[in-house]
Design a protein around this ligand. Structure first.
Ligand SMILES: [Zn+2]
Length: 86
């Protein structure tokens, strides 16, 4: 699996995740260290669950994730298709 990272916002060099802190099932903070020795920037970035593209087969009742617009349209299309077929 590919790991998505972001470059250093100052020098655009690659960064390395030094540690992470899970604040909720929907949000995590990650501390990154720039790998450019001439820069040395250390910063915290946030990783947040934003929207659902495909529904979970094992949903948790306490987790609420907005559906993407694409899923809303697809579900509405399928619903209207099923209504027409039925
Ligand atoms: Zn840097």
């Amino acid at each position: 699996m590919r790991v998505i990272g972001l470059p250093c916002p100052h020098c655009e060099h690659t960064v390395r995740a030094a540690k992470s802190r899970t604040l909720s099932p929907m949000y995590k903070e990650i501390t990154y260290m720039c790998q450019n020795p001439d820069c040395g920037h250390v910063f915290v970035a946030g990783l947040e669950v934003l929207r659902t593209l495909s529904l979970s087969a094992q949903p948790r009742n306490d987790i609420r994730i907005p559906l993407s617009q694409h899923v809303k349209h697809t579900a509405a299309d399928q619903l209207s298709l099923n209504l027409c077929v039925a």
